[in-house]
Design a protein around this ligand. Structure first.
Ligand SMILES: Cc1cc2nc3c(=O)[nH]c(=O)nc-3n(C[C@H](O)[C@H](O)[C@H](O)COP(=O)(O)OP(=O)(O)OC[C@H]3O[C@@H](n4cnc5c(N)ncnc54)[C@H](O)[C@@H]3O)c2cc1C
Length: 418
């Protein structure tokens, strides 16, 4: 259901989700079978072109994420918009080491799928609008949070600005899914580990001379990594990471000059690039929250961890948060435990800790290793790429990481119901 009228009739929920972006909306859909009353607060109106989570970026979904979307019945409305990734080609510009990952070698249908975040937003929004137990309250911004010590103890309270009117809502559990600069996290003084990469990702869609054959390319260059992802026939989505001091000039290039500069970075594997679409720029920072839960509070998605997009892991990591938290809440419900109890939420935090640390370290390590021109390091990483191409167990580990199938997987990621 969508609440757009000014005065809200319902003010007390089982769960309030702050942020109805990719992750908050996925969480509401995942929880739809649990008989809980869920309110989703989203600052930007549904369908608005300025929705920051549902924009033109293309997301590489891991195979594990596809399984989660299948288990929560989102995949049927996405699959017509998804392009499979059958191979991943990783290289270091100016050196000959490469690693090639292949779905056939790994015995899977695909290593992942590329979907535009706008299409995911549409599919999730349509699904939410059919759920009787989910209220999408939008446009509404959270402007204050009162944790249990200030409320009756069994509730968390929030103040929202709903279409210019201040209102109070309460819930047994608050989920912060309000993105990298999370208002909830900041207003509760939750500290983060931060790193400004001094890099910006420029994204665009590009038409190439040769077909992509469902290959995704990851290429490390001295000014930052670039990714080329297969989308529709003959077209690819590019993520060109450049130093912050280069971005203004790159964004100002006319299309021909942009294509020729990008061609120089990427090389000729797809022949000549012929046409480029609208560009957008995203400044890149690592933000990792030092606390993932408090009594009656859990953080998920970018509010919990925001990564460099180099390895296409941010959304996939967030969707595993969704699947794990949904399972923990469902189990707590079945055992008649309080879903906002810290002991329940600690189970979520403990389960997610290893995956968070591994993916943050892997992504951050890639950026640092490949942004460094120190010759011995360049030789070592070149040797590393060759080794990972030649040694089957290393290759298998890398493939499973790319597919989002490492570590202890929640039920939804194994294709099971909650
Ligand atoms: C260039 C680029 C490429 C990427 N590629 C990939 C990829 O290939 N694979 C991958 O897995 N990940 C990728 N990512 C990461 C992925 O986009 C993010 O991890 C994902 O969008 C996070 O979703 P989220 O819902 O947690 O946060 P967000 O997308 O930031 O959404 C937060 C939502 O909360 C709302 N909100 C904020 N504050 C409030 C408030 N006070 N009250 C109410 N609502 C509020 C916002 O309006 C927004 O809708 C990429 C990121 C970038 C920048």
């Amino acid at each position: 259901m969508s609440h757009t009228r000014q005065q809200l009739s319902e003010t007390d929920y089982d769960v309030l989700v702050i942020g109805g972006g990719l992750i908050g909306a996925s969480f509401a859909c995942a929880m739809s079978t649990q008989g809980l009353r869920i309110g989703v607060l989203e600052a930007v109106s549904p369908g608005s072109a300025s929705q920051p989570s549902f924009d033109d970026r293309s997301i590489a979904l891991s195979l594990g994420s596809k399984r989660i979307f299948e288990a929560i019945n989102i995949w049927p409305s996405l699959e017509d918009y998804a392009t499979s990734i059958n191979k991943i080609h990783v290289s270091d510009r100016g050196r000959f080491g490469v690693t090639r990952l292949d779905s056939l070698e790994q015995g899977v249908e695909a290593l992942g799928y590329v979907v535009m975040s706008r299409d995911m937003g549409r599919a999730l929004g349509e699904r939410m609008s059919t759920l009787d137990n989910v209220d999408l309250i939008s446009p509404s911004s959270v402007i204050g949070v009162d944790m249990p010590e200030k409320t009756a103890g069994d509730r968390v309270g929030i103040t929202i600005n709903h279409q210019g009117i201040k209102q109070k809502l309460s819930a047994r559990l608050l989920i912060a899914a309000d993105g990298r600069d999370s208002f909830v996290r900041q207003s509760l003084g939750i500290k983060t580990t931060d790193w400004d990469y001094q890099q910006t990702a420029v994204i665009a869609n590009i038409t190439s001379q040769y077909p992509h054959h469902h290959v995704a390319y990851e290429r490390f260059t001295d000014s930052g990594p670039i990714a080329v992802l297969p989308i529709s026939a003959g077209r690819c989505a590019i993520v060109w990471t450049c130093a912050n001091n280069e971005v203004e000039a790159i964004m100002a290039l006319d299309d021909d000059a942009f294509i020729s500069a990008f061609q120089q970075k990427f090389g000729q594997r797809l022949g000549r690039f012929l046409k480029v679409g609208v560009r957008q720029a995203y400044p890149l920072r690592l933000v990792h929250a030092r606390e993932q839960v408090r009594p009656r509070l859990a953080l998920i998605g970018n509010a919990a961890h925001s990564l460099h997009p180099i390895a296409g892991q941010g959304f996939n990591l967030g969707l595993r948060d969704v699947a794990t938290l949904a399972e923990i809440i469902s189990t707590a419900q079945a055992q008649k435990r309080d879903i906002g109890d810290l002991a329940v939420l600690n189970d979520y935090a403990k389960w997610r800790k290893r995956d968070h640390l591994r993916v943050v370290a892997f992504t951050d390590g890639l950026v640092r290793t490949f942004s460094n021109n120190f010759l011995p390091l360049a030789i070592a990483r070149n040797a590393g790429l060759i080794a990972s191409d030649l040694i089957p167990p290393v290759k298998r580990l890398l493939s499973r990481q790319a597919m989002g199938l490492t570590g202890k997987l929640p039920r939804l990621a194994r294709g099971l119901g909650l």
